[in-house]
Design a protein around this ligand. Structure first.
Ligand code: ADP
Length: 500
């Protein structure tokens, strides 16, 4: 098969679909190649929240006054980059107003989002990319909303988000993750773009003289070879490599010891194909050693982290619940059995979640399969095989911190107390979840070579790229990244293609 279109997009996750949508809306012909029999990749499976500073929603919520201290600490850190200093100054200015006017709403701003992304990624992320990421985050949410995605009004903190700025999609499009790919599918198809399933890209086609990327070669699931030419360019959006044990082992230094027995949350499609393809044409890679684990269970419940506690088999808390994902996972691996439970009460499960897990399944269906539910705490402890007195003590102490702060583990985000039955417990263990590293890009989502020079004709976006999340990605930041840079990749391709 041989075909020529204006633009080829490789991968139909949130990044590829966003690029494809932008390209097709600009009137270019676009072809999205997807190796699997379904679209959506890891995005549609794993996605549950998207971060952005969003005054319209956040100003409806109260902020715990203690959190001002968290912000003050962040803006007093030694700046590691001139942009970091700018973000800090911006926040300090904002905060003056906030204090003068005695506001109580939940404070946030693009600058705070950027600062936390950079600081909690241990200053390894690229501040220029983070700057664009933070500036466009809310626009990305609005863009999805304009095209059919819906988000619940209440803003929470996803696991490892470290701030209440996570937007949870409703189940209206079938699942939470569907909200991050189906709106774009509609745009692509209504503009005459095409999505080819079971088409696996294997190699870039270069223009002999100019080294420009002009297309891609690959094989269909039936073994037919194809060559697709993109006259205006190619977008690489093949996702990460969390489901590829060899590649994980090759690059992973951080989790080297935990490594082998740990499973992944990703579908089998996350093999790092695009990284290998890009490497062959001398693309630069960055941050490949940074691999993220997240707390996971097949019974996963998308509840706000501020409304739960995490306990081990002794019924004791062992790490702050609102910390970074690497901190939490490291601490769990140090507990007996390498797992933990999250404890919820009826306020969270019934009022907040309406009794539904993020997969659209009633939570009661999970009871007995890694989740527990009981009208009393004593009954719950018995179900879990955890000493009741210890669990009761832990919860009493936690309820005290909700009111007065002072958690010795350093937690600062507090929502509801745990006090109203039925009570729920869900067992969680760490799993490989996200690969922070990948192909180097600039802020126009142009792929860069090992010297940092633009590779003509090639754009890249999403988990296949590196440089935004540094050593540790904030929960809820991946979706913002893939939608934002997916759109930018598409827009840049169109701009360059039109000679602008
Ligand atoms: P992102 O979040 O960056 O969009 P996802 O993992 O959600 O990444 O999506 C990446 C998509 O790319 C998946 O649907 C995956 O099946 C697809 N993909 C990965 N490798 C290839 C390949 N070689 N050819 C075509 N599609 C691919």
């Amino acid at each position: 098969i041989e075909k020529t279109v204006d633009a080829v997009v490789i991968g139909s996750g949130g990044a590829g679909m966003s690029a494809g949508a932008e390209i097709s809306e600009a009137g270019y012909s676009v072809l999205v190649l997807e190796k699997m029999p379904i679209i959506g990749g890891n995005t549609i499976v794993a996605a549950s929240a998207m971060n952005a500073a969003d005054p319209e929603r956040q100003h409806q919520q109260e902020m715990n006054p203690n959190l001002i201290e968290t912000i003050e600490k962040l803006i007093e850190l030694e700046p590691q980059h001139e942009l970091m200093e700018e973000w800090q100054k911006e926040i300090a200015e904002d905060l003056k107003e906030y204090n003068i006017n005695g506001e109580t709403y939940l404070y946030d701003s693009p600058a705070l989002h950027k600062l936390q992304t950079y600081v909690d990624g241990d200053y390894v992320g690229d501040p220029e990319l983070i700057n664009v990421f933070g500036d466009k985050a809310l626009e990305s949410i609005h863009w999805l909303e304009e095209h059919g995605a819906k988000f619940v009004d209440s803003i929470t903190s996803a696991v490892g988000a470290t701030w209440e700025r996570s937007h949870t999609p409703t189940q209206d499009l079938g699942s939470a993750g569907a909200s991050f790919v189906l709106p774009q599918q509609e745009i692509i198809e209504s503009n005459g773009g095409e999505i080819l399933l079971e088409h696996k890209a294997e190699e870039f086609i270069l223009d002999g003289d100019s080294e420009r990327v002009i297309g891609v070669k690959g094989t269909t699931s039936e073994g037919t070879l194809f060559e697709i030419y993109g006259e205006k360019g190619v977008v690489l959006a093949t996702g990460g490599f969390a489901a590829n044990p060899e590649m994980r082992e090759k690059y992973n230094t951080f989790w080297a010891e935990a490594g082998e027995s740990v499973e992944t949350t990703n579908p089998v499609s996350s093999q790092g194909d695009g990284i290998v393809m890009a490497e062959k044409i001398d693309a630069g890679l960055t941050g490949m050693e940074w691999i993220q684990m997240v707390t996971w269970s097949d019974q996963a419940i998308t509840a706000a982290i501020e409304n739960t506690i995490q306990v081990n088999q002794d019924g004791e808390r062992f790490v702050r619940e609102d910390g970074r994902r690497d901190e939490i996972c490291q601490a769990i691996l140090e507990q007996d059995g390498g797992y933990m439970y999250r404890i919820y009460d009826a306020t969270t499960i019934e009022d907040e979640l309406d009794g539904i897990s993020y997969k659209g399944v009633p939570i009661t269906e999970y009871v007995g399969k890694g989740a527990y539910m009981n009208d009393t705490l004593e009954g719950l402890a018995e179900d879990m095989g955890v000493p009741f007195e210890a669990l009761q003590k832990t919860i009493n102490e936690y309820n005290g911190y909700v009111e007065n702060g002072g958690d010795p583990l350093g937690r600062t985000l507090f929502g509801a107390k745990i006090e109203r039955g039925p009570f729920y417990a869900v067992k969680y263990a760490p799993r490989f979840h996200h690969t922070m590293g990948g192909v180097m890009i600039n802020s126009r989502a142009q792929a860069l070579d090992t010297e940092g020079e633009v590779i003509p004709g090639l754009y890249a976006a999403g988990e296949v790229t590196g440089g935004i999340h540094g050593s540790n990605r904030l929960g809820g930041n991946a979706i913002t990244d893939i939608i934002t840079f997916g759109r930018i990749a598409g827009q840049s391709l169109v701009e360059d293609g039109s000679g602008n």
